[in-house]
Design a protein around this ligand. Structure first.
Ligand code: EPZ
Length: 419
């Protein structure tokens, strides 16, 4: 079991290069199942979730070649099964994209139910409702979601909640359906747009991604043969921006799309943190006096829920009392108890974290309770006085490429210890 050991209280300084977006990659890779041929994907982040998915696709019959560390060629010609049982997908939370992709390809899919995650139950009722609207019969039995259709026919689907997963899954299922599918109240996250762009580059006809109405005109086949480069990771970029601010550092984050970072940039500036940006970079210059702030997480373009735990660490250093209202997930507060062990003063009232600024955090042994909580713990360790040990590093490895190497280049005293 690995742990990260951090000696904190040093400002992060320098430049960091952001990897490809995890939440785009975990959808683009299953989307390649829809292509009866090959595609080349670049800017693939080298993270655990991606490695697991590559493994799953190989087990389904795909051939995957690595062109270089971050580029893969997927050949889905010989996919020979529509079934992804529990054994195959148990360590992958975003396995639900296999449902939309296999259904779109074979009109049939059997995928183990994704189940709960590190911050609570993750329903897929909106995915199922959408598949049914396209003509599929969907049953959940023996731990499997089974979807079957004589044919898939485009339809109008209104999502009751703005769901990234359901929006992407319905694009996958609809891309080769007969006629036009209209997804209303669709998610607008950058990775939703990225999946639509990927599918379009392979021959799909999807319009409106990035707005709340997406139109998918079914095509008979996806030709493939093209190369697609995944967008930079909005959440990784945000994690480094927050780390710079929390350590009173000066970091230029490169390979970002500043537009994707607007909600965070605006909040940082409100907190009295300097942010300067260019075409594909953002520089964050932290200082000693951080203003309190009130934040509500919301679907894009709102403040991202995945940056909630890292931001909470930053607000521990602010003057006065701040709040974070969680507007997406019911149970995203496990990080709070860990931060309290470092001297944070946080109270959780329903879906609101009330954070009272403290003069300093102090290093302690703490646990990553999920991926973004793990990133938050690392930021807390970097900002705190003394030594912090972070356990359950496996969560961080799921979603951040070369996390500690990147931090070390910024001057952090961080190392991985295998016990
Ligand atoms: C994606 O999860 C991300 N994961 C999450 O990031 C992120 O927190 C989340 O979107 C919100 O931005 C991936 O992209 C792989 P949702 P997803 O469907 O798609 C409710 C990370 O750390 N809902 O947009 O599963 C749901 O309960 C991960 O990188 C339904 O009620 O999230 C939640 O309250 C963690 N019914 C809200 O919608 C459904 O059928 C948003 O969920 C689906 C969702």
């Amino acid at each position: 079991m690995d742990k990260l050991v951090i000696n904190g209280n040093r400002p992060l300084c320098g430049e960091v290069y952001v990897s490809g977006a995890k939440n785009a990659a975990v959808a683009v890779i299953p989307a390649a199942l829809l292509i009866e041929g090959t595609c080349r994907i670049e800017n693939v982040p080298g993270i655990k979730d991606v490695r697991i998915l590559e493994d799953i696709l190989t087990q389904l019959g795909a051939r995957i070649e690595f062109d270089d560390k971050n580029s893969i060629v997927i050949d889905s010609q010989n996919i020979n099964t529509y079934s992804a049982p529990y054994d195959m997908i148990k360590s992958m939370r975003a396995s639900y994209y296999l449902l939309g992709a296999l259904l779109g390809r074979f009109k049939r899919a059997e995928v183990a139910f994704p189940g709960g995650c590190d911050f609570g139950f993750r329903p897929i009722d909106q995915h199922i409702k959408g598949f049914e609207a396209l003509g599929a019969r969907v049953e959940v039995e023996h731990g499997l979601v089974k979807a079957y259709a004589e044919k898939l026919v485009g339809n109008k689907i209104y999502l009751d909640v703005v769901s990234v997963g359901a929006t992407i899954n319905l694009m996958l299922a609809a891309v080769k359906a007969e006629g036009t599918t209209v997804i209303e109240n669709a998610a607008k996250e950058p990775h939703v747009v990225d999946i639509a762009n990927f599918l379009n580059s392979m021959g799909a006809n999807i319009k409106g991604a990035g707005t709340d109405v997406i139109k998918v005109k079914g095509v008979s086949a996806l030709s493939g043969g093209a190369t697609y480069s995944i967008i930079p990771d909005q959440i990784e970029a945000g994690t480094f921006m927050i780390a710079a601010a929390a350590t009173a550092g000066d970091v230029t984050v490169r390979n970002v799309i500043p537009k994707h970072m607007e909600s965070l940039t605006a909040k940082l500036m409100e907190m009295n943190i300097q942010v300067v940006q260019g075409e594909d970079w953002i520089r964050v210059i932290g200082g000693d006096r951080i203003q309190k702030a009130n934040i509500k997480t919301l679907p894009y373009p709102g403040f991202p829920t995945d940056l909630h735990p890292p931001t909470a660490v930053l607000l521990c250093r602010a003057e006065g009392t701040s709040t974070i209202t969680e507007g997406v997930w019911d149970q995203r507060f496990q990080y709070v108890d860990e931060l309290k062990r470092m001297g944070a003063k946080i109270k959780v009232e329903g879906r609101i974290a009330v954070i009272e600024g403290v003069p300093r955090l102090t290093g302690a042994p703490i646990s990553a309770t999920d991926l973004r909580a793990g990133a938050a713990m690392a930021i807390a360790g970097l900002a705190a006085e003394g030594r912090t040990e972070i356990y359950n590093v496996k969560y961080i490895d799921r979603g951040y490429e070369n996390f500690e190497e990147k931090l070390r280049k910024l001057g952090a005293d961080i190392r991985r210890v295998t016990e």
